[in-house]
Design a protein around this ligand. Structure first.
Ligand SMILES: CC(C)(COP(=O)(O)OP(=O)(O)OC[C@H]1O[C@@H](n2cnc3c(N)ncnc32)[C@H](O)[C@@H]1OP(=O)(O)O)[C@@H](O)C(=O)NCCC(=O)NCCS
Length: 163
């Protein structure tokens, strides 16, 4: 799928990531390291080398699962669909610090869930949110997710895609 996935925000699309995106992605992560790890998540992402990112992004399937959030032609974040137990998927996402506060995460989650339903045949999407990450919980709730379970360190959110 070379096509971009549109979102409800006109200048924001999701585009499948490939190995050639690794340098831009690596720079973005370096620049937003403190923001990304503020709730104790994404330590592995911040520690990843450029080579790690090249390898991780090489060879996506025809129906991609790793997307860049592209705003005004600039990479500003990433969203992943993870086939934990298909047709059940989980979702993960992050924005560069200076791309927050504009609805990009909410719009990207909505677009990714529609893609998961229509192109991947997904029935359910789950997300785990570390306690205290209110911005992430708010984005999920705006996209229609509901908190379904609470664990020691995180809460599980769920969206049913069945009509
Ligand atoms: C979680 C994260 C992606 C949320 O980012 P965010 O910018 O707060 O969320 P959105 O992009 O949906 O934007 C929502 C904000 O934009 C505002 N906004 C502006 N235009 C908007 C629009 N068209 N639609 C929705 N919200 C809009 C909202 O009012 C809200 O502002 P507020 O936080 O002051 O209430 C971001 O904080 C992040 O990258 N954190 C680090 C990584 C992380 O925790 N990832 C999630 C792990 S579970």
């Amino acid at each position: 799928m070379g096509q971009a996935i549109d979102t409800v925000i006109p200048n924001l699309v999701l585009r499948a990531l490939c190995a050639s995106d690794a340098p831009a992605l690596h720079r973005l992560v370096e620049d937003s390291a403190a923001h990304l790890t503020a709730h104790g998540d994404y330590g592995d992402l911040v520690a990843a080398t450029l080579d790690d990112m090249v390898h991780a992004l090489a060879g996506q399937a025809n129906e991609p699962l790793c997307f860049g959030l592209i705003a005004n032609d600039q990479l500003v974040g990433r969203l992943d669909l993870v086939p934990v137990d298909p047709p059940r998927y989980s979702i993960g996402y992050w924005l560069a610090e200076d791309a927050t506060g504009r609805g990009y995460a909410t719009a990207a989650i909505l677009a990714a869930c529609a893609y998961a339903r229509d192109d991947l045949g997904a029935s359910d999407i789950y997300a785990g949110v570390t306690h205290g990450n209110h911005k992430s919980a708010a984005a999920l709730e705006r996209a229609g997710f509901r908190k379904v379970e609470t664990f020691e360190h995180y809460a599980r959110f769920h969206l049913s895609l069945r009509t």
